[in-house]
Write a protein that binds this ligand. Structure first.
Ligand code: FAD
Ligand code: ZN
Length: 468
């Protein structure tokens, strides 16, 4: 053991090999504090060459490697097991932006670049890097690509998979694949980079990426709309898309109960409507043209929706501050849930057209099976993706309810799959849903995934115990 630690230190430097249990602790547990591992060491390389040398050593010694970025993942994918035999390979020191090509609309960045810094570097070149999620101040682009992260702008720009043009990857045997191409068109065989996107660190270590940039919007318009039901929200989505086209950037659904939780746990919250309504949509438009045009388009579309009885009430933010306050309603839901207590969380997707029906049927099924449960339903309606979370009945026995979490998830997941949906829209499988997926993916699909894994990582040293 000490021999491999010495060899690791010889590659990355003594200071970049953490073995003290206390110092390693933040790297050995996940963001939700649900998984606690015990790494042999946390290793923090500073260059692709160092990552390659570490992987060569690990291949020789058959040491398992758990890649890690900002450690904000929600399915335990970046947490080592408790054997004390796996190393955490944390990429945070590899945080340089290598190049910005404004004409090609690309940025080349290292895996450890924090998402917010990448957005900032794009803005400095008068461009937009559109990936955006609440963890953007700490998650890293290597982690974003490895989880194929979604977030709040997928409706317009797609998820991480749609934003990548090229990758540099260190393979499990230490070879470096330089696929850092910035091409919009390249039909020369299999699209290898897409294998590593969403692979959750099980096929190789992403060390750098070429990413797409977009024109930087000059104007944003944000509105909160009150509606009768998710079905109405879907009608509103079609209406706004028809009226405003791809200027619609985000379309987030929140139930009344979600906003009540935010108001309860963030007492400074001001809800913009006098009365409570059953459902709310937070929507955002953005455009490279003037703010006046955009506001007018939104006001007109909302006025039409109001006249036809589609919306019950609506407010349009009159300033950046008001827009931020509206977004805070959405972004504070996850923390408000934490304050409220334990819940069984889900990250499902179904075809957008079926989402209202999904909510209605699954709500009813849950109430039959677990009377009085509180449904914390919110998420990216425009992508057909809901964070469909279930809290125990008010005043109920939290621990007894959590002991039945598996049964609750079974109802939610079976229902999603009946609607031709997925049990993980954006957070991935990691260790959390690794067993659960076997129930839903065909044996053939699982077998194809295992064959790909075996071809790229025949020794099985890349993030074992995750995904497969
Ligand atoms: P980590 O957690 O460090 O790692 C995630 C996975 O990727 C692990 O399996 C790890 O082994 C692997 N990995 C990391 N880096 C590399 C690499 N360089 N090479 C190979 N494998 C690697 N996710 C969404 O999709 N949408 C959201 O809206 C969203 N909102 C969130 C809000 C909050 C408050 C929090 C805490 C999380 C949220 N997430 C969301 C989840 C999380 O932020 C994303 O999954 C993010 O992409 C993870 O990035 P990371 O750098 O923290 O990765
Ligand atoms: Zn989300």
């Amino acid at each position: 053991m000490t021999q491999i630690l010495d060899q690791l230190a010889a590659i990355v430097g003594q200071a970049a090999v953490i073995t003290d249990a206390q110092d390693a602790a933040p790297y050995a547990t996940d963001w939700r504090k649900r998984y606690f591992g015990k790494p042999l060491a946390v290793v923090k390389p500073a260059s692709t060459g160092e990552v390659a040398a570490v992987m060569r050593l690990c291949a020789q010694t058959r040491t398992a490697v758990v890649p890690q970025g900002g450690n904000t993942g929600l399915c335990g994918g970046a947490t080592p097991d408790a054997t004390g035999a796996q190393i955490v390979l944390n990429l945070s020191r590899m945080n340089r932006v290598r190049a910005v090509d404004a004409v090609n609309n690309t940025i080349t960045a290292e895996a450890g670049c924090v998402l917010a810094n990448l957005q900032q570097a794009a803005a400095e070149a008068d461009r937009l890097f559109p990936l955006s999620l609440a963890a953007e101040g700490s998650c890293e682009i290597g982690g974003n690509l490895s989880t194929n992260a979604g977030g709040t702008a997928v409706l317009r720009y797609g998820n991480a998979r749609d934003l990548v043009l090229g990758l540099e990857v260190v393979l499990p045997d230490g070879q470096v694949w330089d696929g850092l191409r910035g091409l919009r068109k390249d039909n020369t065989g299999y699209d290898l980079k897409q294998l590593f996107v969403g692979a959750e660190g099980t096929l190789g270590v992403i060390t750098a990426a070429v990413l797409k940039l977009y024109p930087r919007p000059r104007a944003r318009a944000t509105a909160l709309v009150a509606l009768e039901s998710p079905a109405r929200a879907l009608q509103l989505l079609s209406h706004i898309q028809g009226a405003c086209g791809d200027r619609l950037t985000g379309f987030e659904l929140m139930s009344a109960f979600c906003l009540a939780l935010v108001a309860k746990h963030y007492p400074a919250t001001r809800l913009p409507f006098a009365a409570a309504h059953p459902q709310y949509v937070l929507l955002e438009l953005s455009d490279t043209a003037s703010a006046a045009n955009l506001d007018a388009a939104l006001q007109e579309a909302l006025a039409e929706a109001s006249e036809s009885g589609l919306v019950l009430d609506a407010v349009v933010a009159a300033s950046e501050t008001q827009a931020a306050a509206l977004w805070a309603l959405r972004e504070n839901i996850p923390e408000a849930q934490v304050h409220e207590g334990k819940q069984v969380k889900h990250d499902i997707s179904v075809p957008i057209s079926r989402i209202a029906e999904y909510i209605a049927l699954t709500d009813a099924e849950l109430q039959r099976a677990f009377p009085g449960v509180r449904l914390v339903t919110f998420g990216h309606l425009g992508d057909g993706n809901l964070h469909y979370n279930i809290a125990p009945p008010a005043g109920g026995d939290e621990e007894a309810f959590m002991a039945r979490a598996g049964d609750v998830s079974r109802v939610v997941h079976d229902s999603a799959v009946r609607f031709s949906g997925s049990i993980s829209a954006e957070h991935g499988l990691g260790q959390y849903k690794r067993g659960e997926i076997l129930r839903y993916k065909s044996a053939l699909e699982m077998e194809l995934m295992r064959r790909i894994k075996a071809a790229l990582d025949p020794q099985g040293i890349m993030n074992p115990g995750k995904v497969l």
